[in-house]
Write a protein that binds this ligand. Structure first.
Ligand code: PGA
Length: 250
C-alpha cells in the first residue's frame, strides 16, 4: 500500500516569524495523521522551519536547487548545502521554474541525479499546458517529461522519487482536473514507469496531483486509486486549511 504524501509548496511567501508561527500551529493539527506531511519553504525559511519542525511529524523541503556540488554559480544553492542542514526533500522542475527560469527536461534530469547522490528526496513536477490538453497531447507530454526526468536513474532511485502531476492550467487558477482525469493521467505516468523500470517499481512510486487542491476537493482527489496525495500551493499558506487537506481522511 502506498502512503499518501501531502506537500505544501509555499512558493515565494512567508517570512521566518510567520514560518515559526505556522509550523507551531500546524504541528498540533496534524500530529495524529498517518499521511506524510512536507512543507517546501523558501531558502530563507529553511533553518527556522527545520528547527520548529523538530520532534514533529512535519518534514521540510526546498523548492529548487542547482545540480552542481559547488562553484561559480552566483545566487545558487547546491544539493550538498541543503543536505548539510538536514533538508529532506526538494521540488524539482516546477512549471513556474520551467516557464520563468529556463528549467528544461535536461536540467531537471541533472538535478534529480544530484539530489539522489546526496540522499535528498526529489519531488519532480510534470504537467501539460491547456493548449497541449486541447490538442489531445496530455498523455504524450507527461509520459515524455517523466521519462526524460528519470533517465539514467536506477530502480531504487526511481522508487525514492516523488512525482507530482500538475496540469499547468490548474495551477493557481481555481480550476482542478476532475478526479477521474487526474487519475487517468497518473495511471499513464505509472504505466511509463512500469515499461522502463518494471511493475513493482511503478507500484511503489508516489505520484501526487497538484493544481488548485483545497480542503473542499482533497478527499475526492486523494481517494482515487492512483493519486497518492498532493502538492499544494495557495491552500498551503494557511495552516488550518492545509491541516484539513492533510487530514482529508479523518
Ligand atoms: P496551487 O499550486 O495549489 O496554488 O494551484 C500548486 C503548485 O504550484 O504546486
Amino acid at each position: 500500500m502506498r502512503k499518501k504524501v501531502i506537500a505544501g509548496n509555499w512558493k515565494m511567501n512567508m517570512l521566518p516569524n510567520e514560518t515559526i508561527e505556522y509550523i507551531e500551529k500546524l504541528s498540533k493539527l496534524v500530529k495524529d495523521t498517518k499521511n506524510e506531511v512536507i512543507l517546501c519553504v523558501p531558502y530563507t525559511d529553511l533553518f527556522y522551519a527545520l528547527l520548529t519542525a523538530q520532534n514533529t511529524n512535519i518534514k521540510i523541503g526546498a523548492q529548487n536547487m542547482h545540480f552542481e556540488e559547488k562553484g561559480a554559480y552566483t545566487g545558487e544553492i547546491s544539493p550538498q548545502m541543503l543536505k548539510s542542514i538536514n533538508v529532506e526533500y526538494v521540488i524539482i522542475g516546477h512549471s513556474e521554474r520551467r516557464q520563468y527560469y529556463n528549467e528544461t527536461d535536461e536540467t531537471v534530469n541533472k538535478k534529480l541525479k544530484s539530489a539522489h547522490k546526496v540522499g535528498l528526496k526529489p519531488i519532480v513536477c510534470v504537467g501539460e499546458t491547456l493548449e497541449q490538453r486541447e490538442e489531445g497531447k496530455t498523455s504524450d507530454v507527461i509520459t515524455k517529461q517523466t521519462a526524460l526526468a528519470l533517465e539514467g536513474l536506477n530502480e531504487k532511485e526511481v522508487e525514492e522519487t516523488i512525482i507530482a502531476y500538475e496540469p499547468i492550467w490548474a495551477i493557481g487558477t481555481g480550476k482542478t482536473a476532475t478526479s477521474e482525469d487526474a487519475n487517468e493521467s497518473i495511471k499513464e505516468i505509472r504505466k511509463e514507469i512500469a515499461r522502463k523500470y518494471g511493475q513493482q517499481t511503478a507500484e511503489r512510486v508516489i505520484i501526487q496531483y497538484g493544481g488548485s487542491v483545497k480542503s473542499k476537493n482533497a478527499k475526492e482527489l486523494f481517494s482515487m486509486s492512483d493519486i497518492d496525495g498532493g502538492l499544494v500551493g495557495g491552500a498551503s499558506l494557511d495552516a488550518e486549511e492545509f491541516s484539513k487537506i492533510v487530514n482529508f481522511d479523518k
